[in-house]
Write a protein that binds this ligand. Structure first.
Ligand code: PGA
Length: 251
């Protein structure tokens, strides 16, 4: 049985003061839902403070990105070791980074390997654009991403990796995929290709999330699907009551 997993991606929102209030508001509700792995991913500037607030709880902390190099002349970036000082998780290859910061399957692949090396668990995002969706290319696009992103990764390291299928047209738009659509892609494009790469047993143990306009009202329907093991939540993860409801829906 795969343990449900729900992560909140705060994106470029919340100063330290606001992040502190947000965590304080949601912490009791999140702590109560022990059967779900719960993770929050604030911006870098709040990681240290939030790490302090989460110490002694079972709530995990994630960063939203990192560089693959250990150190060096990469102005404005952070290394895997720096993330690891505070976090257990790191989001890699979010579609907003692919769209605005030239993230490619090649850089995603390097980052996954770098994360594994320092003991971070990557939450790897894949998903198709609206044009690709309209052209009926979803399965082909997502399959190609999975193959390229996870190339050369040892099956023994793959078991704990988390993947998020996020149709780009559904992110922050209020237009979620249907639960059937999402489950179909997760099963037939994501998990199937993970099985080719890592073997059926590993693929059956990996958590695969749906992301894109998940909210307190629709979460249960997604999480009830056979191959959807939880969610990567953007906007709704910054509304404490809603995020707690979403986590409860995964239990
Ligand atoms: P959304 O974002 O829930 O606001 O659509 C999801 C994500 O970006 O991971």
């Amino acid at each position: 049985m795969r343990k449900p997993f729900v992560a909140g991606n705060w994106k470029m929102n919340k100063t330290v003061d606001k992040a502190t209030l947000l965590v304080a508001d949601m912490l009791p509700g999140l702590e109560a839902v022990k059967t779900v792995d719960r993770v929050v991913c604030p911006p870098f500037t709040s990681l240290m403070v939030v790490a302090g607030m989460l110490a002694g709880t079972e709530i995990g902390l994630g960063a939203q990105n990192m560089h693959w190099e250990e150190s060096g002349a990469y102005t404005g970036d952070v290394s895997p070791d720096m993330v690891k000082e505070f976090c257990e998780y790191v989001i890699i290859g979010h579609s907003e980074r692919r769209a605005y910061f030239n993230e490619t399957d090649e850089s995603v692949n390097k980052k996954i390997k770098a994360a594994i090396k320092v003991g971070l668990t990557p939450i790897v995002c894949v998903g198709e654009t609206l044009a690709q969706y309209d052209a009926g290319q979803t399965e082909a696009v997502v399959s190609a991403q999975v193959k390229a992103d996870f190339a050369g990764i040892d099956p023994k390291d793959a078991m704990d990796l988390v993947v998020a299928y996020e149709p780009i047209w559904a992110i922050g738009t209020g237009k979620a995929a249907t639960s059937d659509q999402a489950n179909d892609i997760i099963k037939n494009a994501v998990r199937k290709n993970l099985a080719v790469q890592f073997g059926e047993e590993v693929a059956q143990n990996m958590r695969i999330l749906y992301g894109g306009s998940v909210n307190a009202a629709n979460a249960k329907e997604f999480f009830a699907m056979s191959d959807i093991d939880g969610g990567l939540i953007g906007g709704a993860s910054m509304k404490p009551e809603d995020f707690v409801k979403i986590v409860e829906a995964a239990a």
